[in-house]
Structures are given as structure tokens and as C-alpha cells.
Design a binder for this molecule. Structure first.
Ligand SMILES: *Cc1c(COP(=O)(O)O)cnc(C)c1O
Length: 452
């Protein structure tokens, strides 16, 4: 097998995700033969540092021996079994450990098999909870601007990124969309916390007006990843938890991307206030299996669980399922992931790496075409702008980020910008030297992308 022959075969039969396939007439598809640690390697021995963690899923590197071993052992024991009416050890142990590791009060795990499906579960469960409790008028959801929750119709509906959503609008539920706390839009001299607090007033107004018809508020805590790695201060979560309680509305925390250590704590919700907050629903996927196998889970409370628990004839059960719910191989990968978090003190080790990443990209703030450099833990972003003082974006048609991507490939790096936003979301096994290399490559790429 060679790069060329695999590309030819691929383009003859495959339709790739999130891709205008015509781009591949000029933009080479990159065939990957093997992965090891942060490295991806093609058939000719070219290597790339996976700075985007293969779409934000890989946290402990490719072909991690400890995760591999756990999956291999599980493979010889039980590959899959129906989870309705049946149980198996990996899914039970995983649920026990997730309940123990997640914010206090989350006591039940409902499994699904990808992030979007977890969001669908949380939306349906919240609506159904209120219905079972005699509040059938609650049928709507509140979301914040620039949010992203997945691509299936329910998840797409509660997102707010036009690029993915606009086309399908005639098919979608209509959420109540509130201007969010995105700190990119703060006035000069205003702190993240001030701006975040200020923007919360929109949420308070929406809740006061719509609580009677609203099941839940859904948001991505701290970082809106698909929305361009836009960030806000944790005080928003604290204010939101209090307001949702006061207005009798659920809070759905979509930690599919930010969970598992990305923002500096195991879950982003931990950073709110002195003791963190507990959402009514916590959606997890991506890092859950360290990027090995599709699995997602929605954690919820006794209160929610109890609202469904009744005699069958009353038809209050949550009759939702996916074929691969609680797959044992995926659960085994997740258990190995949690083992690594515990034995390697990953959160503490990441503090050093996050600081180094921040220092390495800080000089880019002075670049004439960089409007913002921002970071929450192991997610950092550099936003290119046409005009620095006004923070005017480059027209999207110019595809400046793609120029950074192309340059990075020539420098052994997989940086895949979101529009004008160059970001770093590397596996936690990245070394200090590799972090510095990525920062250099990004700086070169931004120079090239903004030079004409
Ligand atoms: C990726 C993502 C999803 C969707 O997960 P999939 O597994 O891709 O369906 C939902 N919410 C957030 C915040 C995500 O980043």
C-alpha cells in the first residue's frame, strides 16, 4: 500500500465527514498507516503531531499500551451484549466510577454511543421528566449563542453555529437563544469575569420570561469548542445553576468536548464557585474512551430517575435505546482511561503542560493580525483578524485557516483551524518540546496566512 493508491481507492468510494469533497481535487487527503503517542504516520513515513487529538477525542496518545491491553483482554471475554435486561461488569464498574468522579448528586448513568446521541438523551429525558411530573407545557430549551451540541436533528437544533445549522433550519425545533458570555466580545479593559457576569443578565431575562415553557438550559461549560474555541469565565455556571433552580428549569452541561481534564479539572463544572456546580444532566463522550471507541453517557440525579420509576402500565419509562449502548469494549477503554487519570495524576501533570503551552503562544498576542489569544487548561486558541483594533474577522471565503493547516502539514504537525481560529487541543502525552514546536509552526503558519 502507498499513499497514492489509498487516496485513489478512498476518493472512489468514500464520502468524508464535514468535507466539501471537491476540495480534494487540490487538497491532498492524508492516509494514515499507524499511530503512536502523539504521532500519526503515513505510508511513506511522513509524520504528524496530532495537535487536535483526532477531533478532540484522543487524550493519552495513539496505541497506548495500557488501553490496548485492557481492550484486548475484554475482547477475549465479551465483545458485546444487549443492555436491556442484561448487565456486564465493565458497564457497571464504569458507572460506579463515573458517579464517584463526577459532581456530587449525579447518581445514575444512561449510556449511548456518541456525543450527539447523549445530547438527544438529555433533551428527551428533561422533557419527559417534566411531563411525568405533570408539567406538560414545558416543551422548549434555552441555549446560548455560538453553542454546538452535535449534528443529529435534536442536537443540531439546540446548537447555534450557522455553518452547520442554517441549511437544516426548516427541520429543527426552535430553541430560545440567549446572547452568550463569549469573552472574545468583551470591551477593551473589561475582565473575563466582568463580561461574563454582564452577559448573564440576558439569561436571567429569558428564564424570567420563558421558564413556564422551558425544560432546560443547555450549554458547553467554559469553552465553546466547535464555535471557534470561544471561552468564558466559570462564574456563568454558578449564576446559571442558581437561576435554573429558582426558575424550576433543568441545567444540561454538555461536557462532551471539555470533560476529562481538558479545561484543567476533570470536569469543567468543578470550576464554578468554591465547590463547583452539579448540573441535572452531564453529557460525556470523546475523552471518555481516550479516543478509542464510540461511547457516551448521560449522568443524572435521583430526582430525575425517580420521576420515571413506576409500574410499567403507567408508561412513564424512558424507552430510548441504541444498539451499541454500553458496549463492553468501549467501557473497557473508558475504565483504562480512568485508571490512567488516577495512577498518573494527569490533572496535576497537565497544569505544567498548560502553563508551557500558554507561555509558548503568548507572544502571538502582539502579531498584527491576531485579535485574541485565549486558554482554558489544555485548550488554547489564537484568533486571526483582518483588523486588530476593531477585531474585524477575515471574510470566511478567504479560508485563511486552511493556509495554516497546509503549512503545518509541511512541518510535521496536524493543526486544523476552525475558520480563522488556530487552536491547540493536544493529547496529554505531548512533550514540552513538541508543545514548543507546535507554537513555532502556528506562528509561521499565521505569518503566511496573513501576509497577503
Ligand atoms: C463533538 C461534540 C458533540 C457531538 O458528539 P459526536 O460524538 O460528534 O456526535 C456534542 N457536543 C459537543 C460540545 C461536542 O464537542
Amino acid at each position: 500500500m502507498s499513499n497514492e493508491s489509498l487516496i485513489r481507492r478512498d476518493l472512489a468510494v468514500v464520502w468524508h465527514p464535514c468535507t466539501q469533497m471537491k476540495d480534494h481535487e487540490t487538497l491532498p487527503l492524508i492516509p494514515i498507516r499507524r499511530g503512536e503517542g502523539v504521532w500519526l504516520e503515513d505510508f511513506e513515513g511522513n509524520r504528524y503531531i496530532d495537535a487536535v487529538s483526532s477531533w478532540w477525542v484522543n487524550i493519552f496518545g495513539h496505541a497506548n499500551p495500557r488501553i490496548n491491553d485492557r481492550i484486548k483482554t475484554q475482547l477475549d471475554t465479551l465483545e458485546h451484549v444487549i443492555l436491556a435486561g442484561f448487565s456486564h461488569e465493565p458497564e457497571v464498574e464504569l458507572a460506579e466510577r463515573l458517579v464517584a468522579a463526577s459532581p456530587d448528586g449525579l447518581s445514575r448513568c444512561f449510556y449511548a454511543d456518541n456525543g450527539s446521541a447523549a445530547v438527544e438523551v438529555a433533551l428527551k429525558m428533561s422533557f419527559h421528566y417534566w411531563l411525568n411530573r405533570g408539567h406538560g407545557k414545558k416543551t422548549r430549551f434555552i441555549n446560548i449563542s455560538n453553542s454546538y451540541h452535535g449534528e443529529t436533528l435534536g442536537a443540531l437544533a439546540v446548537g447555534d453555529v450557522d455553518l452547520y445549522k442554517k441549511t437544516y433550519r426548516p427541520l429543527l425545533l426552535e430553541p430560545i437563544t440567549v446572547p452568550g458570555p463569549d469573552c472574545f466580545h468583551r470591551e477593551p479593559g473589561v475582565s473575563w469575569e466582568q463580561h461574563t457576569r454582564e452577559m448573564f443578565r440576558h439569561m436571567e431575562v429569558a428564564l424570567a420570561e420563558h421558564a413556564d415553557e422551558t425544560c432546560a438550559v443547555i450549554l458547553e461549560p467554559l469553552v465553546q469548542c466547535a464555535g471557534g474555541m470561544r471561552m468564558f469565565h466559570p462564574v456563568y455556571l454558578e449564576l446559571l445553576r442558581e437561576a435554573c433552580d429558582r426558575h424550576n428549569v433543568h441545567l444540561i452541561a454538555d461536557e462532551i468536548a471539555v470533560g476529562f481534564g481538558r479545561t484543567g479539572t476533570l470536569f469543567a463544572c468543578e470550576q464554578a464557585g468554591p465547590d463547583g456546580i452539579t448540573p441535572d444532566f452531564l453529557c460525556l463522550s470523546k475523552g471518555l474512551t481516550a479516543g478509542y471507541l464510540p461511547l457516551s453517557v448521560v449522568l443524572t440525579t435521583d430526582d430525575v430517575y425517580d420521576a420515571f420509576y413506576d409500574d410499567y402500565e403507567n408508561l412513564t419509562a424512558f424507552l430510548h435505546s441504541h444498539s451499541y449502548t454500553g458496549n463492553p469494549l468501549a467501557c473497557a477503554a473508558a475504565l483504562a482511561t480512568l485508571d490512567i487519570f488516577e495512577s498518573d495524576d494527569v490533572i496535576a501533570a497537565n497544569r505544567h503542560k498548560a502553563r508551557l503551552l500558554g507561555e509558548a503562544i503568548a507572544p502571538l498576542a502582539n502579531h498584527p493580525h491576531v485579535g485574541d489569544v485565549r486558554q482554558h487548561g489544555m485548550i488554547a486558541a489564537v484568533e486571526m483578524v483582518a483588523d486588530k483594533s476593531a477585531r474585524t474577522p477575515y471574510p470566511w471565503q478567504e479560508r485563511r485557516g486552511l493556509r495554516v493547516y497546509r503549512h503545518a502539514l509541511t512541518r510535521e504537525s496536524l493543526l486544523r483551524p476552525l475558520g480563522n481560529v488556530v487552536y491547540f487541543m493536544p493529547p496529554y502525552v505531548i512533550t514540552d518540546d513538541q508543545i514548543r514546536h507546535l507554537a513555532r509552526v502556528a506562528a509561521e503558519g499565521i505569518d503566511i496566512a496573513t501576509s497577503t
